[in-house]
Design a protein around this ligand. Structure first.
Ligand SMILES: [Zn+2]
Length: 307
C-alpha cells in the first residue's frame, strides 16, 4: 500500500521569488583564472528545487557571492585524515521550485588576503525543467480543511518549524556524503504537484520512503537535533541541523529516540517509522531544507561533499 503525506501548504516554506540577476556570462558551469582560486558547482545542470553545492579552493579569505541572484553563504571547511586533506570554502545554495529555466550567472568575490589580491570568479548554472508529476488524489474533506479547534496547534507547529529552520548559520557539522535515512522504496518523490478532489493544489516538499511501523530511521549525516515535536500535520517530527544552512526533517514517527540538543552521528537511529499526523499509512516523509528552501533529497544524495 502506498502511504501518502497529506501535507498541503501547512508546513510549506514561503519560497523566495526567483531573481534571475543580470545577463548570464558565457556558458560553462565553472571557470577560474589560471593559477588562481577555483570554483566548482554541483550539480552543473540543476532543476528548480535542487540544492547546489558551491566549492571554492585556493581562496585567501572568506568569499561572498550570488548564484542565480541568491546570496551565497560561505563557510570554511577543513578536514585532515590519512586519506585526504581538505581546506576550502563552501556554500550550500538552493533553487526555488518555481525558478525560471535557462542559464543564470554565478559570481564569487574573494577579498584580498594572505598576500593574494582581490579576485572575482564568474561562472553560470543551467536550470532545466524538473517535470514534476501531477497527481490527482481523492481524500476525506477533514484532511483538506483542518478542524477549527486545531488552528491554534497548527499555528504553534508552524512557529516551531520556523524557529528550527532559522537556526543560526554556522560551518558544516557533517563529514562526507549524505545517506538515506531508510534504504527503501521511494513511494512519492519531491515536487509532486497534487490536486485534491479536483481543486486544491499543493506540492510535495519531501520524499516519501516506504516502511512499516517500528522500523528504524537513521540520521542522514552528523548534526544537532533542533526540534522534537508532536505536530498536527507532520506527526512526530525530528529536525536535525547539519550546519552550512542545511537541515533534514523526519515526519510521522511512531517513536522518538533523540532529544532536542543531542548531537547525532550519520547512521544513528533517531526514531521509528510510524503514521502519526496527516497520513494514510506508515512511511517516512523526509524533507531537506537548504538555504531557507525545501529541496530535492535525491539531488542532495548525488552531491559529493568529500570531493
Ligand atoms: Zn510526504
Amino acid at each position: 500500500m502506498i502511504a501518502w503525506c497529506l501535507l498541503a501548504a501547512a508546513l510549506a516554506a514561503s519560497p523566495e521569488p526567483p531573481d534571475a540577476g543580470g545577463t548570464p556570462p558565457d556558458a560553462g558551469t565553472a571557470t577560474a583564472a589560471p593559477a588562481g582560486p577555483t570554483l566548482r558547482l554541483q550539480p552543473g545542470t540543476a532543476k528548480p528545487g535542487d540544492p547546489v553545492l558551491v566549492m571554492v579552493e585556493g581562496a585567501a579569505a572568506l568569499p561572498s557571492g550570488k548564484l542565480a541572484g541568491r546570496a551565497l553563504h560561505f563557510y570554511r571547511y577543513r578536514e585532515r585524515t590519512p586519506e585526504r586533506s581538505i581546506d576550502r570554502y563552501e556554500a550550500i545554495s538552493a533553487l526555488p521550485v518555481e525558478h525560471a529555466l535557462g542559464t543564470f550567472p554565478v559570481v564569487v568575490k574573494i577579498p584580498a588576503g594572505r598576500g593574494a589580491p582581490r579576485r572575482e570568479i564568474e561562472a553560470s548554472i543551467d536550470v532545466v525543467d524538473a517535470n514534476y508529476p501531477k497527481r490527482e488524489l481523492q481524500v476525506d474533506r477533514k484532511f483538506i480543511s483542518p478542524p477549527p479547534e486545531e488552528k491554534e496547534r497548527i499555528a504553534q507547529d508552524q512557529e516551531a518549524f520556523k524557529r528550527a529552520w532559522q537556526t543560526t548559520f554556522g560551518p558544516r557539522l557533517f563529514h562526507g556524503d549524505f545517506e538515506w535515512p531508510r534504504h527503501s522504496v521511494i513511494t512519492a518523490p519531491f515536487g509532486d504537484l497534487r490536486m485534491f478532489n479536483g481543486k486544491k493544489k499543493s506540492q510535495h516538499f519531501g520524499t516519501d520512503l516506504d516502511g512499516s511501523a517500528g522500523e528504524p530511521i537513521q540520521a542522514a549525516n552528523d548534526g544537532v537535533v533542533v526540534l522534537v515535536r508532536e505536530c498536527f500535520a507532520s506527526g512526530n517530527t525530528v529536525i536535525v541541523n547539519h550546519g552550512g544552512g542545511l537541515l533534514t526533517a523526519y515526519f510521522h514517527m511512531s517513536k522518538f529516540l533523540v532529544e532536542e540538543g543531542k548531537q547525532v552521528k550519520k547512521g544513528e537511529i533517531i526514531g521509528l517509522v510510524g503514521k502519526t499526523g496527516r497520513v494514510t499509512g506508515p512511511h517516512l516523509h523526509w524533507s531537506i531544507h537548504a538555504d531557507g528552501l525545501y529541496v530535492d533529497a535525491q539531488t542532495l544524495m548525488r552531491l559529493d561533499f568529500g570531493a
